[in-house]
Design a binder for this molecule. Structure first.
Ligand code: ATP
Ligand code: ZN
Length: 298
């Protein structure tokens, strides 16, 4: 029944994770043709298809075997696990942290209320869409509070008088400020993760999984990095290397027919701004080029 020769990955149909998911898959060399109803994407090159769904449905689809892998926030996986009784082996595994969709599940209180530590939460009503994670955190911190489960618009609960505090996802904190709330505790740090069943399929899909993981690693390894190319006199190399951000190990090549002149190539972990480039130039570099790095294969 679950024997398939094509890999099926569940991704969020429309939401914060959708665009970065497609961008990642595109960088991994996967291209798709979308079905008319917009629920399915057929892989054009590799044997990999996508199912476009609500993020909350992704862990269940993998557990049922309807999909092989999924991309979802760590918060969604953790809420599912926190809600499970501590029983047999976990049914899902996190295969890779994908680095995007960063946010945190935090407890926030009205700005006006005093907060001197977890004891201040004692006896409060806390609204959240993550009741299991919140309950676990409260128990771990010996706080006796009431968990009010809401499916959305959690941030307005204190103003409506239905809760005294909230526990919700925060990225920049702007939504909290707009609702006169302030973050007081972080319950969970989250980012998008690639998940799969704890036992991966061993049939034809296995090859596609391995290929995908290898390509994701190739993309992740160089995410945000830049390749810097420049020319300089050999004596200037030491000073130039000191001016490079991070501590890359540059490759220095002798330039043909120009004794004492070298070409330097360095993979820098971060963006190179104008000021950094100008400092590198002052150290003796000429003909500087900064190139984006898309993928790497060792
Ligand atoms: P769906 O319709 O698929 O159920 P949703 O409303 O649950 O969508 P989004 O708001 O698109 O989901 O968020 C998807 C994921 O993006 C979250 O589960 C979380 O991991 C991540 N995320 C990053 N920043 C934030 C943020 N500020 N607020 C909410 N989610 C965030
Ligand atoms: Zn959702």
């Amino acid at each position: 029944m679950n024997q398939r020769d094509r890999l099926r990955i569940a991704v969020q149909r429309s939401g914060r994770l959708s665009e970065p998911c497609f961008e990642l898959l595109d960088r991994c060399g996967l291209s798709f043709r979308r079905s008319r109803d917009g629920l399915f994407c057929f892989g054009e090159g590799e044997p990999v298809d996508l199912l476009l769904v609500r993020d909350d449905d992704i862990p269940g689809l993998i557990r049922q075997g309807a999909c092989d892998l999924g991309i979802v926030g760590r918060n969604v996986v953790a809420e599912g696990e926190a809600g499970e009784p501590a029983r047999a082996a976990p049914t899902l595994q996190i295969l890779r942290d994908l680095g995007f969709g960063r946010c945190r599940l935090s407890i926030a209180m009205p700005q006006a209320s005093a907060y001197g530590g977890v004891a201040a939460l004692q006896g409060l009503r806390i609204a959240t869409s993550y009741p299991s994670l919140l309950r676990t955190w409260l128990d771990e911190h010996a706080v006796n509070a009431e968990v009010v489960t809401l499916s959305g618009s959690v941030e307005i609960a204190p103003r409506l008088g239905t809760a005294d505090a909230i526990c919700d996802l925060v990225q920049s904190g702007a939504t909290l400020v707009a609702n006169q709330l302030r973050e007081v505790e972080v319950v969970l740090e989250s980012s998008a993760v690639l998940i799969g069943p704890s036992v991966l399929p061993s049939d034809d899909r296995r090859g596609a999984i391995e290929l995908l993981l290898k390509r994701i690693d190739g993309v992740s390894r160089v995410r945000g990095s830049r390749l810097l190319l420049l020319q300089a006199a050999r004596e200037a190399v030491e000073g130039i290397v000191r001016a490079l951000p991070g501590s890359p190990h540059p490759m220095v090549l002798q330039m043909d027919g120009q004794p004492g002149q070298v070409m330097l190539q360095a993979l820098c972990a971060d963006e190179l701004g104008w000021r950094q480039l100008e400092a590198i130039q002052r150290a003796g570099a000429r003909e500087l080029f900064v190139l984006p790095v898309e993928r790497a294969l060792a």
